[in-house]
Design a protein around this ligand. Structure first.
Ligand code: 4AD
Ligand code: MG
Length: 448
């Protein structure tokens, strides 16, 4: 008797009759044979209909079944190295075929057609069915699971932080505002960090993990207006301490993904050599040193346009081209620490005896990907913090509670935020962030 299995379990059912429930992804015919590539959400499997084995009406249905029709297929699992699919190497010899719904008319994003990316994004609700997008989103889910796993087993408590907030955390230029009853304006959270800082005084090590909003006007391959960020925060931790946590954390995420999602990475054609090297310790260079390196790289660059883009003076923030060049100097992620105070957020602890430098650190992903983490040691002195809030023109009223944290048992503390979509982009080895989330939000897109 056959029973329903999921395609990802198929290896356990060789020579047995099973049922799969799914959708027709692709169909080819070779005379008396019809090959259906069927997906069921967990994988893709080749199902073979042999004219001789089926009653003529059923064979005719299989010959004609349109792409994306929903079906229930019964058949015997065979191991065959040549069979395409995911996991590949297995096929099902069809003995029974039931149509749940036959698609009428043409499927809007038929296979193998070269659609423009805007068309595909307008049809994102269908595009996620394609094997490539499916592979990316499965990898994303594993990355998220690995993030939680590492934090949950290393003493961090998950604390959810609010999305509706009274003020900016990461600069006032990228706030999304909304009228909030009689309370004036509220803003969608740019970060949960400030609340994490309160939470560590109750729990020691915490993290928040949720959607994050930035009204980023930049239309780049690295920016979304809604993205997911995980933010760990640790009491009694300085800048060196936070770097040690980050390198353990990131290498766990990469190594677990390599182990569990090898098939999906193969669908993407990802060369995993560089990912295998993501093992601590990661190299560390100061911002000062990075600027010196960039000057050297710029002097050697022949491409005039790139040379122009690489122009940098001490005090400037890095743009994507700077980060890309810096990452090429290393075979694994690199920490750049000690950025100029002026280009970073208000809450960062100054460098001892060098107030123009902050105890900040970004982690740049290799192979040109650039920043995936931003973090720092936080100011622990209440007077300095208040001074910074004024210097950044932030409303003191909204930060009263935050300054309180420096009054009642202040300690050195540090934390960081890792952007999920930037991390997925890098691990997948793809060139645009918009494919790393099911329904991307950018300045030009809120549909579907
Ligand atoms: O460097 P950011 O702005 O740091 C913070 O928000 C800190 N409060 C984090 C902390 O210390 N708790 O953002 C952190 C990360 C970036 O490194 C990047 O990976 C991601 O969030 N990120 C974005 N990802 C996609 N689209 C955007 N517009 C992003 N802005 C930041
Ligand atoms: Mg940053």
């Amino acid at each position: 008797m056959s029973f329903v299995i999921r395609v990802e379990q198929i290896a356990a059912y060789v020579d047995r009759e099973v049922k799969i429930q799914g959708w027709v992804y692709n169909r080819t015919r070779k005379g008396k044979l019809v090959f259906l590539l069927v997906r069921d959400g967990s994988g893709f499997v080749q199902c073979v209909a042999f004219k001789r084995d089926l009653v003529p009406e059923v064979f005719e249905e299989i010959v004609r079944i349109p792409q994306e029709s929903s079906v229930v297929i019964t058949g015997v699992v065979r191991a065959d190295e040549r069979a395409p699919g995911n996991p590949g190497g297995y096929e099902i010899g069809i003995t029974g075929f039931e149509i749940v719904q036959a698609v009428e008319g043409e499927y809007p994003i038929a296979l193998k057609e070269d659609h423009g990316v805007d068309f595909l994004l307008d049809n994102r609700h269908l595009w996620i069915r394609s094997q490539y997008q499916w592979a990316i989103l499965r990898i994303r889910a594993t990355i998220i699971s690995a993030i939680r796993e590492w934090l949950d087993t290393n003493g961090f408590i998950n604390m959810d932080t609010p999305i509706l907030t009274p003020a900016a955390c990461e600069g006032t230029t990228t706030l999304f505002g909304t009228e909030y009853f009689d309370e004036g304006m509220a803003y969608l959270a740019q970060s949960g960090q400030l609340y994490n800082e309160a939470n560590i005084f109750a729990f020691g090590r915490v993290y928040c993990f949720g959607p994050t909003f930035r009204a980023e006007k930049s239309k780049t391959r690295r920016h979304l207006t809604e993205f997911w960020m995980v933010e760990p925060e640790v009491a009694f931790c300085d800048l060196d301490g936070v770097m040690e946590i980050e390198e353990q954390f990131v290498s766990h995420i990469v190594q677990r993904t390599l182990k569990e999602r090898a098939a999906e990475l193969a669908v993407l054609g990802r060369d995993t050599t560089m990912l295998e090297r993501v093992i601590p310790p990661f190299p560390r260079i100061s911002y000062d040193e990075a600027v010196t390196q960039l000057h050297k790289i710029q002097a050697k660059t022949e491409d005039a346009e790139l040379r122009e883009q690489l122009t940098i003076a001490w005090g400037d923030d890095f743009g994507a081209p700077h980060e890309t060049e810096l990452t090429q100097l290393f075979d694994r992620p690199v920490f750049v620490y000690g950025y100029p105070t002026a280009v970073k957020a208000f809450y960062m602890e100054p460098w001892p005896d060098r107030p123009e430098v902050s105890k900040s650190v970004d982690l740049l992903a290799p192979e040109g990907y650039g920043e995936i983490i931003g973090g720092s040691e936080r100011i622990s002195d209440p007077d300095l913090l208040l001074q910074r809030i004024h210097e950044h023109d932030l409303p003191e009223e909204a930060f009263k509670w935050y300054i309180d944290l420096r009054r009642y048992g202040s300690v050195p503390h540090s934390g960081f935020g890792l952007g999920v979509e930037r991390t997925v982009t890098w691990i997948c080895g793809i060139n645009h962030i918009r494919q790393t989330i099911a329904y991307p939000r950018t300045i030009k897109r809120v549909y579907p």
